[in-house]
Ligand binder design. Structure first.
Ligand SMILES: [Zn+2]
Ligand SMILES: [Zn+2]
Length: 394
């Protein structure tokens, strides 16, 4: 590595102190303290190839807080960046690390009984910039599934299918269920799959149970990004009386790897939505979605560039130019203000809300755009309050 970050220095220093003392004193160092641009620059300077991978395991973990701090130190020293959830029920990790450290990372995982030989899935499309920082979070659950685990047998999961078997069963006419949220299914999914409209796991699973309530004997194939959500979803469906439930082992990520390795034909069309800086990885060249603003075929996905909106968008190149990467004329007007005025306007407004509502109602978005264009043509602005802002002294 070209940069010798202060964290390395700190973690070297910290090995001199007994671990318990170090943890008591230096916990505040065990998290990222840098801004996004600085993080981007750091990744740029690093100049080594990175590998993006993910894994999960449902396993009983004890003293999760202490484990979190230890893992942070050990993995940071290996150059790991990513988002890792730990809980008493296990680990769910998405991360990238210098490819040269893969063996050392494997050894690190295998050194713990709880993570020994945990299978990982390597991303098929990777520019090495999937994650900017390392975040290890302690949560109640490793997936926010909204299910009461004590109400059903979470270990009674569906049969785990490899890509080849999954394809064959699709051809035999099994029902295919996408267990992801609406915005994930949008730009890619299995041919003919049922795509839930809900934007959260709990909503999606209720929707599936309702939609298939008269077909509980039929074979159901479910899939998600990396397989973790199907672990719970398949057990829940069985609890609900479904008798023939199977799930795609390793999810879409590993399906893509198996396609390449075995020369199989993909029944998954388009892109796989991922939860990192890449947003998506391409599985096939098919385009299964349309631009939310003009309706032409497109699977170019992004967020509205107006920071307080941040709405997830499928937006074609033409509309991106027309609306300055924003969802609407209203957001475009703010986004095109001088930085200083944008800052004043943003004050007190949340920047963390990711609105996804246009996904189920793109026509509603188009209607809003038409209305805004009309007002804009009449009045020259969609934000009359901006005249006050521009008069404010800096
Ligand atoms: Zn468009
Ligand atoms: Zn917007």
């Amino acid at each position: 590595m070209t940069s010798a970050p202060i964290d390395t220095l700190l973690s070297n220093l910290s090995t001199l102190a007994p671990r318990s003392v170090m943890i008591a004193n230096d916990i505040h160092h065990l998290r990222n303290l840098r801004g996004p641009q600085e993080l981007r620059n750091r990744l740029e300077r690093e100049g080594v190839p990175r590998t993006t991978l993910s894994f999960y395991r449902y396993v009983r973990l004890i003293d999760v807080e202490a484990l979190r701090h230890t893992l942070y130190q050990e993995w940071e020293a290996l150059g790991v960046l990513g988002r890792i959830y730990l809980s008493q029920e296990g680990i769910n990790a998405q991360l990238s690390l210098p490819t040269a450290n893969l063996d050392a990372f494997r050894a690190n995982l295998d050194s713990r009984g709880t993570f020994r030989e945990v299978p990982w899935k390597i991303a098929v499309e990777d520019d090495g910039r999937s994650f900017l920082k390392l975040a290890i979070k302690v949560r109640k659950k490793i997936v926010a599934d909204g299910l009461a685990d004590d109400a059903f047998d979470v270990t009674n999961v569906g049969a785990h299918l490899d890509a080849k078997t999954f394809n064959r069963k699709m051809e035999e006419g099994a029902v295919v269920i996408d267990m992801r949220n609406n915005y994930e299914c949008l730009i890619g999914h299995f041919e003919g799959a049922y795509l839930p409209k809900a934007d959260n796991f709990r909503g999606a699973i209720d929707e599936v149970v309702e939609a298939l309530k008269d077909r509980k004997e039929q074979e159901v194939l479910m899939y998600c990004t990396g397989g973790i959500r199907c672990e719970k979803a398949s057990a829940y469906l069985k609890h609900e009386g479904f008798t023939n439930v199977a799930q795609l082992h390793g999810g879409i990520i590993d399906y893509a790897r198996q396609l390449k390795a075995e020369g199989l034909k993909s029944k998954y069309l388009g892109q796989n939505f991922v939860f990192d800086e890449r947003l998506a990885e391409r599985i096939t060249e098919d385009v299964v979605s349309t631009c939310m603003q003009c309706g032409t075929k497109s699977d170019r996905i992004g967020n509205c560039h107006e920071a307080t909106c941040n709405m997830l968008l499928v937006q074609c190149e033409t509309c991106a130019g027309k609306y300055a990467d924003c969802c609407s004329p209203s957001c475009r007007e703010i986004h095109q203000l001088p930085m200083e005025q944008q800052r004043i306007w943003r004050k007190g407004r949340s920047t963390r809300s990711t609105k996804t509502k246009a996904i189920n109602d793109p026509e509603g978005l188009r209607q809003r755009i038409r209305e805004e264009e009309t007002i804009l043509a009449e009045k020259g602005t969609l934000h009359p309050e901006l005249t006050v802002i521009s008069q404010k002294p800096n």
